[in-house]
Design a protein around this ligand. Sequence first.
Ligand SMILES: [Zn+2]
Length: 499
Amino acid sequence: MSKIELPNSIDIKIKATHFEPFINKNAVKYTEKAIKAGVNSWIKPYQKPQLTGHDKNSSPLGRIINCEIIKDKKSSDEPSNYIRLYARITDKDAIEKILDGRFNTVSVGSKSSRVLCSECSQVITEDGLCDHKKGSYNEKGDMIHWVIDQIEYTEDSFVNEPADEYAGIEEVNFGNGWIEYRNFLDNRETHLKEISMEDCMTVQTDAKLSTEARNKLSESVFCGPGRSFPAHDKAHVLAGLKLIGKSKFSDSTKSKIKACLYRKGKRYGVVPSEDELKIDTIENLLTFGVDDEWTTEQRTELETFFKDNPDADLPDANDTQTDSNTVTSDVKIEDMKKPELVILANKLQKEFEDLKKSNLDALTLRDNKITDLTKKLSDSETLALQKEDEISKYLDDHAILSKKLKDSLVFNIIDLKTTDNNNEESKILIEKYSKRSVESLNDTLNDLRNLKIDNKQNTEVKVVLTTSQADNSDKNLNDQKNDGDKFKLFDQDRRSTEE
Ligand SMILES: [Zn+2]
């Protein structure tokens, strides 16, 4: 058991609890009405846990993922009406115990608000116990029992002694479809081999060899020099033979590689055809060149070829799925002989297994994608909330800045307009300008600035004039000192004017 790679999860169908007319070992009967009203509590509002021994503090072994009511099931040795649960078991230990038969019988955990005595119909949940003893017999010889008329389920448990002796695992599914549990336990070894075969198939169908994978293979699995012609599985052996068949390698190279491929391929059922045996005996074909070293010419020949076609000795994706033993489809089944039929049956079986597997792969892929997308969605929701926060912060900042801008525009305008700090006047102006838009305030401010600049320029001109007068007076002073330079200075002035 421990050698087998256990699946990560298995689904089980459980006969969880039988209802009327069935009375269980605890002298309890569930009414159909209670079952119909209560069955959905298995999955709503949440999927109830699969436990062991009704231990509510333990970690669940899995969850109940679906439920249904089965009625009038024709069977001679068990009651006909029951609730069927579908549980997905993900606990490794529990999976092992289910697959080896240790976990099997179950018992449901439930709550009820309406329990009646079968004999006097007293509502025990309201009026307390009557004189009738549950599990005893009345004068007619019928068992006195409790009638459960309302029920809500809390959990399902694997137990060693179930009150409902017919409650237990019905079918198992570890990825290959439903198998009846008893049949599974009877043929456990065969069924478990299927699990390990699945794993082998995974390895085989993954036949395309990456450089990395090729490097990991042992030297002894290659038939050619320089790690060419890998022959570690059927698909690669066939690919090698195919390449040899159409290659232009020298005869000695061809024979040496072909012999090696057949030697290694024998264990995968790859054997020379009759035509090939006509040319060579099987002994020669299989033993050719075993001890011979590769000659320099042969090495160069192969190296040159693989430099241009590095993947030529690997199978195509399509070749890994088709079998060399395929039976041609135009042969009628009626005309087939036994060996052909066996091959056909094997082929169909393999195709069926492949389909089942690819179906399962697709489902796993879909589940992974859903998980992935759910995570991405929740991530982007978080991000969106963060961005929303940022935006609202920016909006706040923007409002504050707008207010500041407007205030400063208003105060600038007032500063430019009023000369003295008359509070009353400022107040009226603030009120007046605060009502106006930023653009109109900007316009007003610009107008006021231009006006001020004009005034300033006027003042500046005056100042310049004054300075030049002063200069002139200086010059006059100089002139007075230096009469001879008078015209020279005048010329200079005039010249500067002309420039
Ligand atoms: Zn009673």
